[in-house]
Design a protein around this ligand. Sequence first.
Ligand code: DGL
Length: 277
Amino acid sequence: MERSIGVIDSGVGGLTVVNEIMRQLPNERIIYLGDTKRCPYGSREESEIKLFTYSMVKEIMTYDLKVLVIACNTATAYTLKALRKELEIPVVGVIRPGSRAAISVTETKKIGIIGTEATIKSRAYEYSLKEINKELEVQRLACPTFVPLIESGEYLKVNIIKQLEHVLKPLKENKLIDTLVLGCTHYPLIADEIAKVFDEKIHVISSSEETAREVSVILDQNNLLNKNGKSIHLFLMTGNKENFELIYENIFDTTLSDFPDVEIKQIELKEIEESYK
Ligand code: DGL
């Protein structure tokens, strides 16, 4: 069987990255793992984020992967460097691709970042952006209520604009930024509403496209592209299967029963020792 692209996230957010990988690389087989049972990671301590991410990595590495995508900004911020050293396959995060995408569109060089508490606290975006261009001005805002709103599927059922307006007020009032990075892979699911809060006057950037492009380049350069047909995608999650399927159908704009090349399975993750230290 062909080798697969592995993708992990704390929950359903990484599906926004998968969607783009499937669009850009239709011959590739995806194995996805979302730790929906323990989501959100973004309001946890660094040690727990590492422990949980490593338990996902341990599980997904039991499959024959050719590249691993950490489709979670929080996990990328705290584990990407170490994972790149430890794993024998290429590991792609979402923060650098998100930074590149923002840099490519900003005109004023004033960029806003929204993300989980842990991602914002890590300053990973700020470092990444300024490593490329020191002149950039970066404003950061943690939005801890957004992930639960999305992960529960509530965003599909109620009007969330008022809630978003309230949280995003500090960034909007400043009127400084011309570009806003969605520094959490869950946020593209409410990107239209976020753009509305800013009266659709700023660039709203998600890292998915650029991340998928990076995966494509890596596979190409290493002669790893799958040139034949692919077998069915596998989606694994640790929490409620029905909820996952509901959000999956929303993201892929499909009905699962009409989509036979996908298998969705609930699994349990084994606890691991804190061996990453
Ligand atoms: N999707 C994850 C991210 O990109 C965060 C969700 C969480 O808090 O677990 O940061």
